[in-house]
Design a protein around this ligand. Structure first.
Ligand code: G3H
Length: 195
């Protein structure tokens, strides 16, 4: 069996401010996670000859990968966070107050709701197809450092969760989800490195 390690980026400055989207750097806690995560990866993949680290093109995932040495890193635009279009950079409170109809439509159907000039979960699921094909094809371990909405979709694929649950799956910060792809199927372990 070979592992696929999934994690969100370390806490970002926008996470601290409650803003969605954006492209900020890590908070202090996020930087600490990046160091702890690098130690974890180093130990976990010590006996592996090859492995690769996949990030999105956003700073917060690239910075989370930066303390990891010795493995090639690949940036995928398809791993970027769900794009909130006109709501990018807003807080949920601001969306609720300034765009109540949008807020309500999303609440009613989070899977299909598409942000104005942005994406829906279904859009994200669709753009992940090439990533999933490549993950299936790999023989060596892969470390995926991405974002909440994207990891919900990836995790759902491996854990065989129904489409309608995807937008509600818990993928906490500073936690690693290890997927083991074996002949008998898929097994999962979780490691919480920090609060
Ligand atoms: O910044 C966006 C979040 O990671 C996605 O969360 O789809 O639950 O609003 P949400």
């Amino acid at each position: 069996p070979r592992p696929i390690l999934l994690t969100r980026h370390g806490e970002s400055k926008d996470n601290v401010r409650g803003r969605i989207g954006g492209d900020t750097i890590l908070s202090e806690a996020g930087e600490l996670y990046a160091k702890n995560f690098a130690n974890f990866v180093e130990k976990r993949l010590k006996s592996e000859k090859t492995a690769s680290i996949w990030t999105s093109t956003l700073q917060r995932t690239i910075l989370t990968a930066s303390p990891i040495v010795g493995f090639p890193k690949i940036q995928w635009r398809a791993l970027d966070e769900i794009y909130a279009g006109v709501c990018d950079g807003m807080t949920y409170e601001e969306i609720k107050k300034n765009m109540p109809e949008e807020y309500e439509s999303r609440r009613k159907d989070k899977l299909r709701y598409r942000y104005p000039r942005g994406e829906s979960y279904l859009d994200v699921i669709q753009r992940l197809e090439p990533v999933i094909i490549e993950l299936e094809r790999q023989r060596a371990p892969v470390v995926v450092i991405s974002h909440q909405a994207v990891l919900r979709a990836l995790y759902a694929y491996f854990a065989d969760k129904p489409l309608k649950e995807i937008p509600h799956i818990e993928v906490p910060l500073h936690t690693i989800i290890e997927i083991q792809m074996g002949v008998t199927g898929v097994q999962e372990k979780r490691y919480k490195l920090m609060d």
